[in-house]
Design a protein around this ligand. Structure first.
Ligand SMILES: Nc1ncnc2c1ncn2[C@@H]1O[C@H](COP(=O)(O)OP(=O)(O)OP(=O)(O)O)[C@@H](O)[C@H]1O
Length: 243
């Protein structure tokens, strides 16, 4: 579904991503895991062309993404961020409706879709639909961010530290709710996290990165039982100290 080949990106002459390659199958959840600054976000942003690579290529359903309009590509790839990126002057309902409106859905269809998503994500039309983001808790904002990314039912979700701004208890609860959603099970997802528990709870495969490179790519069990080196075993034991 998504194939990343030999991606490279430098900032100010310093390599941020070096020769990163992987494929993600339809319906798979791939986690990009690693400490701050290892190149996870840069890799993710090259997939939906928020950043252009210095080298390498990304294929989406067999087409080089260079040959696709960035806006059209991004409508196929819902994007969920730690700082939810919600529009502060839009209500919850208006935030969720952004992409369906771009796709010119009629009002009734948007209304029904918003209702479905609010309910699925534990929010209600009466209480939340007309609130503004600053009136919601962090966990509720994160749910709205997820609802917005899912609204037009894109086949792919790109998620960058989606639970990063939450306290540990809320984080655990939202992660669990998210894992139980049909959408989560059905969609192709690439998720960036530095959190080993996120990676093990949500990943079909984990791509562990360090200093812009992939150190090991495999199932959670493979990383746990057959770490390729000491970096991997230390990282998974939570003993890795970035220098
Ligand atoms: N726009 C930018 N301009 C300059 N340097 C950048 C830019 N974006 C990222 N970098 C640098 O590239 C490297 C990789 O950053 P990136 O954000 O991809 O890492 P990350 O693993 O996602 O970390 P974090 O979780 O902290 O975002 C870092 O050294 C970072 O400082």
């Amino acid at each position: 579904m998504i194939e990343v080949r030999h991606l490279r990106k430098n900032f100010g002459g310093k390599p941020a991503v070096q020769d990163v390659s992987f494929t993600v199958a339809e319906g798979e959840n791939l986690i990009l895991l690693g400490t701050s600054g290892c190149g996870k976000t840069t890799t993710l942003r090259m997939i939906n062309r928020l950043l252009e690579p210095d080298g390498g290529e990304v294929f989406f359903r067999g087409t080089n993404t260079r040959d696709l309009q960035p806006e059209m590509l991004r409508r196929q790839m819902g994007y969920v961020l730690q700082q939810t990126g919600l529009f502060p002057h839009y209500t919850v309902e208006e935030n969720i409706a952004v992409v369906p409106k771009l796709e010119q859905w009629d009002k009734q269809r948007i209304h029904e879709r918003t209702d479905t998503l609010l309910t699925k994500l534990g929010l209600s039309r009466d209480t939340h639909a007309h609130m503004f983001p600053h009136e919601l808790s962090g966990g509720q904002q994160q749910r709205v961010g997820l609802a917005r990314a899912l609204a037009a039912n894109p086949p792919v979700l790109l998620m960058d530290e989606p639970f990063g701004a939450l306290d540990p208890v809320t984080r655990h609860r939202i992660r669990k709710e998210f894992a139980e959603l049909d959408e989560f099970r059905e969609k192709t997802i690439i998720m960036v996290t530095h959190d080993i528990q996120d990676a093990f709870a949500l990943g079909d495969r984990i791509c562990l990165m360090d200093k812009g490179k992939i150190v090991q790519l495999g199932t959670p069990e493979e990383l746990r039982d057959q770490p390729v080196n000491e970096f991997v075993s230390n990282f998974l034991k939570g003993q890795y100290e970035p220098q």
